[in-house]
Design a protein around this ligand. Structure first.
Ligand SMILES: *Cc1c(COP(=O)(O)O)cnc(C)c1O
Length: 402
């Protein structure tokens, strides 16, 4: 017997049962959600592009040109001019040789990790990495090691314990060879901006360690892309890190880009390797080309409208200042992801519900998405929020938590 209802009841009792609210409006800061008008503070649509008129128009005219479905996988007949143009533009935007579109970020991570490492190799991941990165590491069959969150020294120890190149410097990087041909590879994998904590990975230090140990570094900048850096190129622009420093860059299109899908950017050989070997690339239907065309317009807006990033910074700092004055349990985040640590799952849900009743949508994040006893409210901002709404949220939070 599959005792499903027993397990479901158990989840309910622990405050861990998840459910969905139904949204009846376009994405944006004002939502109609479960029939109620609320101000949205939990979307990843950081720049307010998901419902931008230019993006919508690009989508509409592309549907006249390309129809809706892509018809097949990229390697069969689904790779349209729209996909190809977007890949070229994303490569130029990120300063990488090439970029490759994936249907989702989850698939990009599963595909990239398992194409680069396998049995006999090692993958080293930050403990708080996004589930898709952890799952990709497990799927790959490589030896799987996790280092403490942001702890470069712990990572060094883990690398030092494995066989080769302990303290060596100036070793050339391995070029991606098919798996199992002699060298044992090591891939270090991290979120750029941590999705549930909002803090930023020590990418420069990780890159230095990777070089010293002849490993590659993969950064998933799902929450930095469009948001960080003067031009919105993300954490790698902010830290001035090139393709030689971070060999594998993953970006998602469903967040600041406001559309859907994802990409991996890097060297010519990396992208060719993924086209040959990344199963979640090869064996899935290409994104609808209309999505690619809409995303090309998002990319133009990301590049030309720096005020959206500036506004996000202002809103974030206003929130942090106000929250500090109120003594709210902020976390060490400088990004537009500003979690409020609650602890108990039931309490996080209760606060989230109280906020909903006051007209604010803020999601409670519970284990296993975050560690046990680290349930939190995940507050996020959009360039479309007004300062007054930040102040109103702070008032509501103070009431709901007191
Ligand atoms: C959202 C997210 C993903 C998954 O991207 P999707 O396109 O939604 O599948 C991957 N990594 C991180 C860090 C994310 O936040």
């Amino acid at each position: 017997m599959f005792d499903l209802s027993l397990k479901l009841d158990e989840r309910s009792q622990q405050g861990l049962r998840r459910s969905r609210r139904i949204v009846e409006s376009p994405q944006g800061i004002n939502l109609i959600c479960d029939g109620k008008a609320v101000v949205n503070f939990c979307s990843n649509d950081y720049l307010g592009l998901a419902n931008h008129p230019d993006v919508i128009n690009a989508f509409k005219s592309a549907s006249d040109k390309y129809g809706v479905g892509s018809g097949s996988a990229h390697l069969i007949c689904g790779h349209s001019r729209a996909h190809h143009a977007l890949e070229e533009e994303l490569a130029a935007f990120t300063g990488r040789d090439r970029a490759l579109l994936f249907s989702t970020g989850y698939m990009a991570n599963m595909g990239a990790i398992s194409a680069l490492v396998g049995r006999g190799d090692t993958v080293l991941e930050d403990r708080l990495n996004h589930a898709s990165l952890l799952d990709g590491g497990l799927l790959s069959g490589a030896r799987f090691k996790r280092y403490a969150h942001g702890d470069v020294e712990h990572l060094q120890n883990l690398l030092g314990n494995s066989e080769a190149n302990k303290n060596s410097v100036d070793i050339p990087h391995p070029s991606p060879l098919p798996k199992g041909e002699g060298i044992s590879r090591r891939l270090i994998v991290t979120d750029g901006v941590f999705s549930m904590d909002g803090d930023i990975a020590p990418v420069q230090a990780l890159s230095a360690v990777a070089k010293r140990h002849d490993a590659w570094l993969m950064v998933d900048d799902a929450h930095g892309l469009g948001v960080l850096g003067d031009n919105g190129v993300g954490i790698l622009e902010e830290l001035k890190l090139s393709q030689d420093d971070v060999q594998v860059l993953v970006g998602t299109l469903g967040k600041a880009f406001g559309t859907f899908g994802a990409f991996v950017a890097g060297s010519e050989e990396l992208i060719e390797t993924l086209i040959q070997r990344a199963r979640p690339y090869v064996y899935t239907t290409a994104l609808p080309p209309v999505i690619a065309e809409a995303t090309r317009t998002s990319l133009k807006l990301i590049q030309s409208e720096g005020w959206r990033r500036e506004k996000l910074r202002q809103l974030t700092s206003r929130f942090r200042t106000g929250a500090e004055q109120l003594g709210l349990p902020l976390m060490a985040s400088t990004s537009p992801i500003q979690p409020i640590l609650i602890g108990e799952s039931e309490q996080a849900v209760a606060v989230s519900n109280a906020l909903f009743n006051q007209g604010f949508l803020v999601s409670a994040i519970r284990p296993p998405t975050v560690p046990v006893n680290a349930a939190r409210l995940r507050v996020t901002f959009s360039a479309m929020h007004e300062e007054l709404q930040i102040d109103q949220l702070l008032d509501a939070l103070a009431k709901a938590i007191a």
